[in-house]
Design a binder for this molecule. Structure first.
Ligand code: URA
Length: 210
């Protein structure tokens, strides 16, 4: 077990994950569940955001109370399935900036290739939460981490819904400095690279494509 791996076993999250796994869950419900999961998962992912005390006045008296300090957070979905988790996180962090990373798989080399990258200008000063519902081989997440580090980002948290052991090992062995959040780790990938038992193609199920 890695100390920077957090497998979130809260009953609400596990219940919603089962609904996502069910092939009879339609796109509308799948999308809503992904959003709810992102919000609940975000509660854990933001647990160590720095606080500072400020002076305020309650209706009763002057006092000091805590607020989140600093430049805080950028949310960076990996296109396209990562988009499904953005709104849930924005519910918690309405002032977060949102960057985007687009990657496609070169069918010959099977390596991810960047086709789009737009990040907040001050991204290196922020905690970056990367959203990617499915961590399969780890290829896309590794490429995203490399890209973010090349922009000077030091504080990276990867938020997935479902992972394969292979992807977890690939990411955390290469980058012991990042944090990885997931709801479950399935044992295998099938011959097409799908997590098994998994939940199918997350992008297709979020957006209703095939
Ligand atoms: N991406 C998906 O959407 N599903 C998988 O099972 C693996 C990668």
């Amino acid at each position: 077990m890695y100390k920077n791996l957090k497998v979130l076993n809260h009953p609400l999250l596990q219940h919603k994950l089962t609904l996502l796994r069910d092939k009879n869950t339609n796109s509308k419900d799948f999308r809503a569940l992904v959003k709810e999961i992102a919000m609940l998962e975000g509660y854990e992912v933001t647990r160590d955001l720095p606080l500072e005390d400020i002076s305020i006045e309650t209706p009763i008296c002057k006092t000091k109370s805590s607020v989140i300090t600093g430049k805080t957070v950028a949310i960076v979905p990996i296109l396209r399935a990562g988009l499904g988790m953005v709104d849930g996180l924005l519910n918690l962090l309405p002032t977060a900036k949102v960057g985007h990373i687009g990657l496609y798989r070169n069918e010959e080399t099977l390596h991810p290739v960047e086709y789009y990258c737009k990040l907040p200008l001050d991204v290196e000063q922020r905690t970056v939460i990367v959203t990617e519902p499915m961590l399969a081989t780890g290829g896309s997440v590794l490429a995203a981490i490399k890209l973010l580090k090349s922009h000077g980002v030091k504080d990276i948290k990867i938020m997935t819904i479902l992972s394969a052991q292979q992807g977890v090992d690939a990411v955390l062995k290469a980058h012991p400095d990042i944090e990885l959040y997931t709801l479950a780790i399935d044992k295998e990938l099938d011959e097409n690279g799908y997590i098994t038992p998994g939940l199918g193609d997350a992008g297709d199920r979020i957006f209703g494509t095939k």
